[in-house]
Ligand binder design. Sequence first.
Ligand SMILES: Nc1ncnc2c1ncn2[C@@H]1O[C@H](COP(=O)(O)OP(=O)(O)OP(=O)(O)O)[C@@H](O)[C@H]1O
Ligand SMILES: [Mg+2]
Length: 259
Amino acid sequence: MSEILRYDNISIQYGYNTAVEDITFSIKEGEILGIVGESGSGKSTIIKAAMGLLGPGANVSSGDILYKDKSLLNLSKKEQLKINGPLLGMIFQFAGSSFCPVRKVGAQLYEAMRAHADVTKEEFVTKVNELLDKLGFTDNERILESYPSELSGGMQQRVGVVAAMLLNPKILLADEPTSAMDVTIQRQAVEEMLRVRDTFNTSIIIVTHNIGVVNAMADRILVLKDGRIVEMGDTKQIINDPSEEYTKKLMAAVPRIKK
Ligand SMILES: Nc1ncnc2c1ncn2[C@@H]1O[C@H](COP(=O)(O)OP(=O)(O)OP(=O)(O)O)[C@@H](O)[C@H]1O
Ligand SMILES: [Mg+2]
């Protein structure tokens, strides 16, 4: 397995507030890395940085993020567009806000796919239905004809998973992808992400508060506290035998789902 994404000594500030400091890790092709840590520890900041989505108030003050050997920092809009979607897919923490509120879900998904891939309407319909089925929808037609606000939070999240998967990205960055889903649907979403990894050798970074989800998915876990890495290791070791006191507390405090 070769390395596909590397964070090298990354530090990021919002104004005078340091959100993450000295973050170094890498991920291999087909590998799944879980990022855990309490609210505000910098999880979303880390994954948004790779996609150029930090916003104007943020400043990357040191380090680099490399896709293979290419820096993902300071890209032009055009270069970023070529990368976001086909290479880096993102499942957003607040799925609802990643959709345009005044356009129907189906039209938005079609447009997002067409922006990157030369697909016919029929090819799109086949692919989108396949993904919607896998994520537990039974009324695909209605979903595609809905405006985002007409879907529940969990449905929006599932559609967010579909949107990211449409293009089979090389790396999937998933920010709390299952937090608004009930347990059965959560399992389907986890299974779908695993299926994508197994089929396409996709690398996945998954941010979650749900230790059941990281346990089911991740090969390794990175533990964050106040913007710094506390420890990083194999999933079994971090969950069953963490070295750091903070990780022990975190593991004791978080909700679990049965496998
Ligand atoms: N756009 C922003 N402007 C200013 N500060 C921000 C912004 N986004 C995040 N921060 C700050 O950066 C720090 C890390 O936030 P981040 O959203 O990365 O945390 P998180 O680990 O994803 O938390 P959560 O689990 O609640 O989603 C926090 O102190 C937060 O207040
Ligand atoms: Mg977050």
